[in-house]
Design a protein around this ligand. Structure first.
Ligand SMILES: Cc1cc2nc3c(=O)[nH]c(=O)nc-3n(C[C@H](O)[C@H](O)[C@H](O)COP(=O)(O)O)c2cc1C
Length: 189
């Protein structure tokens, strides 16, 4: 039995632990994120509008992948849920997405939006791509990938703050848009 978790919660580790303690074999995540994508400024109704009213919809697809990856990793590294099988969901579109979910602890992945957008052929492309990448890397089994990035996930206060990482601008490719200047000058990022 796989318990599917909603991301509409502050701490995803809590429902995951509850699922485990309740006897679930695994958890799958994430479901969709409550969202309102736009408001019609003539009718003042959320869109899409149904008879003058709107409701929240479910945010999904590539936009939610970062949130899903983070939540999967939280469950994978939490003491209470470590080792619990995880099925990763949220924006999986390419084999790379699948590999990233697996590296953060998912034993398999599920696909919804990408299959709706591109058809079931995306799954074939994912298995082919994943297989090719594994061959290139000399990886024989999926469990050589699953959870491999988990030890490298930490809380920000444990990051080495003396480690310097700087953007390097290739002047030949620069299109002079000025965004790097604005970001640095106005917000000091
Ligand atoms: C149109 C639509 C209908 C969905 N219906 C359900 C549902 O009935 N039950 C459920 O658990 N998740 C449902 N989901 C959520 C998906 O299973 C999935 O968790 C979510 O969309 C994130 O994955 P994705 O980015 O691959 O779409 C639905 C998603 C979409 C887009």
């Amino acid at each position: 039995m796989i318990v599917k978790l909603t991301p509409n919660i502050t701490d995803i580790r809590k429902p995951a632990a509850a699922a485990k303690n309740g006897g679930a074999d695994a958890v799958s995540l994430i479901n969709t994120i409550n969202s309102i994508t736009s408001v019609n400024l003539d009718t003042f109704s959320p869109e899409p509008m149904i008879d003058g009213k709107g409701s929240h919809g479910g945010y999904c697809g590539p936009a939610v992948k970062p949130i899903a990856l983070s939540m999967v990793s939280e469950i994978a590294r939490a003491e209470e849920t470590r080792g619990m099988p995880i099925s990763g969901i949220g924006g999986v579109t390419t084999w790379r997405d699948a590999a990233e979910f697996m590296a953060l602890g998912a034993g398999n992945v599920q696909v919804c939006t990408a299959a709706m957008t591109y058809g079931f052929k995306v799954v074939q492309e994912m298995t082919t791509g994943l297989s090719r990448w594994m061959d290139e890397k000399g990886l024989k089994r999926i469990d050589e990938i699953v959870g491999r990035a988990v030890p490298n996930v930490t809380d920000w206060q444990y990051l080495n703050l003396n480690y310097v990482t700087k953007a390097r601008i290739d002047q030949d490719k620069c299109i002079q848009c000025g965004r790097c200047y604005a970001a640095c000058e106005d917000t000091s990022h």
